[in-house]
Design a protein around this ligand. Structure first.
Ligand code: FES
Ligand SMILES: [Fe+2]
Length: 376
């Protein structure tokens, strides 16, 4: 993978030579990929639940004892920052007979997790306190009946989770490795999350991801806002495993100024999260499947602590991005409506959309041989 400097240099060369970064050839995909329920179920099971998903901003769990409850992919999850300073994410459900521990979405000073049904009590690390042996449970049951815990990792001012308890938490950290050098270079600390903006879009989650992986639609779908970009259709991407870093030059570059003053950087964290970097903050956009034709779109601005003193510029950018996203949603819902037409059962990915077949390829890879439906 190119370093950020090399990527910037290559972008300048393309601008100078008036060239574009193009894929090797056109590819096609069957619309079945967006319509098959069996396939969708497998995607949730083998892709969405096995890869990093953003759970909540770190600043929701600033202090020891802070907790936060949220639904993710049909699961109620409880995140808590323990006495040892570590964040852990548990299934919000008692091991006895399934009562939920907390219903409110957040709180503080939680030292023990106490079940409201029969009072079983767990430590902030998920360990069950001894219960009377008269109940018939074997000794040592407190070790066996720990809370069900999911691997999580803090990065980009967010807490990330993998909904597969068998995954090693270190694996999660590896997924973010390639951002680390860039982050130091960009020097924008993402310390504070502004309020989340979220809604349900009526489109398949993969259609949503595709819209963020290409700039070809900017001139049309985002007219007039993004139609006058200085370098239409120019974007350069690097792949790191399943993740992507993309640079989009927005205006005439100034070689001596930092890259974010003339270009946008975007990071794609497979399978469904984007981080868009501006010169003063970043926007985290996640696209979580709700059903085969519904996707929860969430947008969280992440800002440095010092930006809180005056948020006016950032708020303008936030509002602008909301408009852009709503334009995407309009088009995507339109595509979804037409999906079932048997007359048009194949979509085309042009050479300007070369990240899209890669995205689908990575889904295929994650599905293994479980679903036999390949893009060509
Ligand atoms: S369900 Fe939790 S103690 Fe009974
Ligand atoms: Fe768009």
């Amino acid at each position: 993978m190119r370093s950020l400097k090399e990527l910037t240099q290559k972008t300048l060369e393309h601008i100078e030579n008036k060239t574009l970064e193009l894929g090797d050839r056109i590819r096609t995909i069957s619309t079945e990929s967006y319509l098959s329920i069996t396939r969708y179920d497998s995607e949730v099971r083998y892709v969405i639940k096995k890869k990093p998903l953003p759970f909540c901003p770190s600043n929701r769990l600033k202090n020891r004892g802070d907790f936060f409850v949220s639904q993710l992919s049909g699961l109620s999850l409880l995140a808590i920052r323990g006495e040892d300073g570590q964040v852990r994410i548990f299934l919000n459900m008692c091991r006895h007979r399934g009562a939920r521990f907390v219903s409110e979405d957040s709180g503080s000073n939680c030292k023990k997790i106490v079940c409201p049904y029969h009072g079983w009590t767990y430590s902030d690390q998920g360990k069950l306190s001894p219960i009377s042996t008269e109940l018939g449970l074997k000794s040592q049951s407190e070790n066996v009946l720990r809370l069900l815990e999911y691997p999580c990792h803090e990065f980009f001012g967010m807490i990330w989770v993998i909904l597969d308890r068998g995954t090693d938490a270190d694996k999660l950290a590896v997924a973010f490795k390639f951002f680390e050098n860039d982050q130091d270079e960009l020097g924008i600390a993402l310390e504070h999350a502004l309020p989340e903006h979220s809604f349900i879009g009526k489109f398949n989650w993969k259609l949503g991801v595709e819209a963020f992986l290409e700039v070809y639609h900017f001139a049309y779908a985002h007219a007039p806002y993004l139609a006058q970009l200085s370098y239409p259709n120019l974007s350069l991407s690097d792949n790191f495993d399943e993740n992507v870093r993309t640079i989009v030059p927005l205006k005439k570059p100034n070689e001596n100024a930092e890259v974010l003053s003339w270009a946008q950087l975007m990071y794609f964290i497979f399978p469904s999260t984007f981080l868009l970097y501006y010169n003063d903050h970043a926007a985290l956009i996640s696209l979580t499947p709700v059903s085969i034709q519904e996707t929860r779109v969430s947008y969280i601005p992440l800002v440095p602590q010092k930006a809180l003193e005056d948020l006016r510029d950032i708020e303008k950018k936030v509002d602008f991005l909301k408009v852009i996203i709503s334009q995407d949603v309009t088009v995507l819902e339109n595509v979804q409506l037409g999906l079932g037409s048997p007359e048009n059962s194949q979509f085309i990915f042009t050479r300007l959309e070369s990240q899209l077949p890669l995205f689908h390829h990575n889904i295929e890879k994650a599905l293994g041989s479980k679903v036999d439906l390949k893009y060509k």
